[in-house]
Design a protein around this ligand. Sequence first.
Ligand code: SOE
Length: 381
Amino acid sequence: MGANKELRVGLVGCGFMGRTHSNAFGKVNRFFDVEYQPVLAAVCARNRASAQAFADNWGYSSFETDWRKLVARKDIDLIDIASPNDTHAEIAVAAAEAGKMVMCEKPLGRNAAESEKMAAAVESARTPNMVWYNYRRVPAVTLAKQLVDEGRLGKIFHYRAKFLQDWTISADLPQGGLGLWRLDASVAGSGVTGDLLAHCIDTAMWLNGPIATVTAMTETFIKERSHAITGKVEKVTIDDASAFLARFQNGSLATFEATRYARGHKALYTLEINGADASIMWDLHDLHRLQYFDHSDEGRVRGWRALHITDGDHPYMKHWWVPGLQIGYEHTFIHQVADFLEALASGKPASPTFREALATDYVAEAVLQSANSGRWEQVRQ
Ligand code: SOE
C-alpha cells in the first residue's frame, strides 16, 4: 500500500509478547494504509541462540544480546520493550534519552515509582510512546467505547470486570525463569494485580473515567515454590488472586477480580457496564460479540442483543475480510501498531501513552496498599 516512511524497530525480548508484537509490525502495512512502514531492524535477547533463531523466524535483519547496544544503534528509530517487567524502566529511560521512540508491554513499570520515571523520560525527550494495552483494540471493546461516548448507556451505575486463569494451581510449578518470571515478585512487581487486573483497570478507565477509591483483598495460595534460577525453595510474594471494590469519579460502583486459580478458566476476561438506558457485556472467549441491552427498544422485543462485530462499519473491521468473518487475538496488536503509526503521521499521541498507563499503575498501587491496610485507599491522580 502507500507506506513511504520507514520506522526501524529494535525489539527487546523474544518471548510470547515479542512474538505478538513482531507479528503486528510485519502485518500492519498489508491491511492498513498508513504512511509509516515498520522495518524489523534488530531483536535483542540475552541468549544468543534464542536471539538469532527469533531474528531468522520473524525476519529481523540483525540481533543483539545487550539492550544497551541496541539502544545506541543509529539505525533504530523505535525501541519496543517486550522483555520481563524488571527490565522495562531502565530500557525505556535509556531509549528515551537516546532520542528513540518507545513502546512498552504492560504493565509499564513494576510499580508506580518506576512508571513515573518512564513517563517523565519520554516526556522530557518529547518522543512518541505507547503502552501495549491490546484489549482496547478488540473491535467489540472499541465499539463499547463508542457507545459509551455517544451517551447511549445514560448515567453509568455499575462496572464489573474479571480476568480469570488457572495455570498456577500446581504447587510443583517453579517461580522465576523463562515464562515463569510472572510468579517472581522481584521481576514482575506484583502478581495478578499488575498482570491481569492492569488490563481490566486500563479498559475500565478508558470506558468509564478515573477510579477514585478502592478497597481490596489479595491472597497467595501457594506460599513457597522452588525458584527456577536459584534452585532453592523460596517464599512466594506475588498475589495469586486479587479482588477489589471501587468507586469511579463519575459516581459509579465497580467490582474487579483476577486470579490464576479459577480452575477451568484460561483467559476469561469479561466486562459489563450497566447504565440507566442501556447495558453492555463482553467476554474475551467470545471476543467478536458485544452483548447489548437497550431499554428504549419496544417492550415486546426488548432483550439482550448479541451483536456480531464483523461488519465493515464496526471498528477496524473494514480492514479485514468480508462481513461475517471473524478476527482474533493477534489482530488487537496489529490494530495497536496501526493506531501508533497513524498517530505518528498526524503528530498526535498514541493512546495509552506512558502518562495514561501510569494512571493504571496508581490504581494497582492503591489496590495492593488496601489489601495490606484493610482500609479504603485513595487512588493517586
Ligand atoms: C498471563 O498469563 C498473560 O499472558 C498476561 O501477561 C497477558 O497480558 C494477558 O493478556 C494474557 O495472560
